[in-house]
Design a protein around this ligand. Structure first.
Ligand SMILES: Cc1ncc(COP(=O)(O)O)c(C=O)c1O
Length: 344
């Protein structure tokens, strides 16, 4: 139980989605074919060789998940096994050695426990964001995988991703810049994808759109995903989300789809033609940071497509949002065994 922990003196309800310095991060080194034991450290920095392949060739993969304080005072991590498996897939694609699931989950538990005073109190709407990353650090100038690696897990308490809370935003479809390539690494959580998405993101921001929607990079005919979140659309009683080889399989999307199926919606994972955008009643951008960001307008080739109820999210996305966030806070039954309790 986390009840007796003296919490950090923070304005929990008004935290940004940013970095707040915490007490510890945890680090593992890979050398001579094996990972070291994890070491908790309070330094926010580490020395790295200037010829590290992560710096030159982007040999880096990462994850993002959250810990919550529940209504009964426990600290839980949401679906760490799913993130462990996704990181393994990303690492495999860019030749980073396997990080065993138990090492990943143990690292998350240890760093959350060491920073328990930064887990936002129940009821504040905030959470502890967990950011694991794996990088190639051995010196190398020619192209090739590094000889040495680091696996680091840092944490930071975060408030809602968008300050307005569960309020709809406008999205702009980006066709001039791609974030991923056909047969590339769009389905992996690797750093380069995000650098590749920055230009499209800025293009949207400059025109007043907080989020951008990318189309499939091969034919430019299908919905791919938003810059840092998956696309879901509600059409009558159907929950529809793209199947595409160039999008990141979102754990939030998987969780919402599971809940949707459980409450009787039909879950459809299929290519979504851009020409079919107008058929959706509701659209959401889904990911760990915001869970669901309702989208009320998508601007595609100069035409606005409208969803939801104007300035309010539609009823189905509102219901799904409440069901998942209540489960994360322990307010409803953990029906799918998604909560990993951290022993404090
Ligand atoms: C490109 C991209 N798509 C989707 C997501 C949502 O994934 P998740 O729900 O696992 O956070 C993220 C965030 O991790 C992302 O960066």
């Amino acid at each position: 139980m986390a009840k007796n922990i003296k919490k950090a003196d923070l304005d929990w309800a008004n935290l940004p989605f940013g970095i707040v310095e915490t007490d510890y991060n945890i680090r593992y080194h890979y050398k001579d074919g094996k990972w070291s034991e994890g070491e908790l450290t309070s330094s926010q920095f580490f020395p790295i060789h200037i010829a590290a392949p992560s710096l030159h060739y982007g040999q880096e993969a990462f994850e993002g998940l959250k810990a919550f304080e529940t209504v009964d005072g426990k600290i839980v991590i949401f679906r760490p096994m799913a993130n462990a498996l996704r990181l393994q897939k990303s690492c495999e694609r860019i030749y980073i050695p396997l990080i065993p699931e138990d090492m990943f989950i143990d690292a998350c538990r240890k760093v959350v426990k060491a920073n328990a005073r930064f887990v936002p109190p129940y009821g504040t709407g905030a959470s502890l964001y967990i950011r694991p990353l794996a990088i190639g650090v051995g010196a190398k100038v020619g192209l090739g995988p590094a000889d040495e690696y680091m696996f680091i897990v840092l944490v930071t308490p975060v408030g809602p991703y968008y300050k307005g809370g569960f309020k709809p935003v406008k999205a702009l479809v980006i066709e001039d810049f791609d974030r991923a390539a056909p047969n590339g690494v769009g389905d992996c959580k690797v750093g380069g994808n995000y650098a590749a998405g920055l230009k499209g993101r800025q293009y949207g921001l400059d025109r007043g759109y907080p989020i951008t929607l990318f189309v499939d990079p091969k034919e430019k005919k299908f919905v791919d995903e938003f810059g840092t979140s998956n696309f879901i659309g509600i059409m009558g009683k159907d929950y529809v989300t793209p199947s595409s080889p160039s999008i990141l399989p979102s754990i939030t999307n998987d969780s919402l789809a599971t809940i949707a199926g459980d409450i009787g919606l039909k879950v459809r994972k299929e290519p979504i033609p851009m020409s079919g955008l107008g058929k959706f009643n509701e659209v959401g951008a889904v990911g760990t940071a915001a869970v669901i960001t309702p989208v009320n307008v998508i601007n595609y080739r100069g035409k606005d497509y409208n969803f939801g109820n104007g300035d309010k999210a539609g009823p189905v996305l509102t219901d799904l949002y409440e069901r998942l966030t209540k489960l994360q806070k322990g307010e409803t039954e953990d029906k799918f065994s998604w909560l990993d309790t951290v022993e404090i």
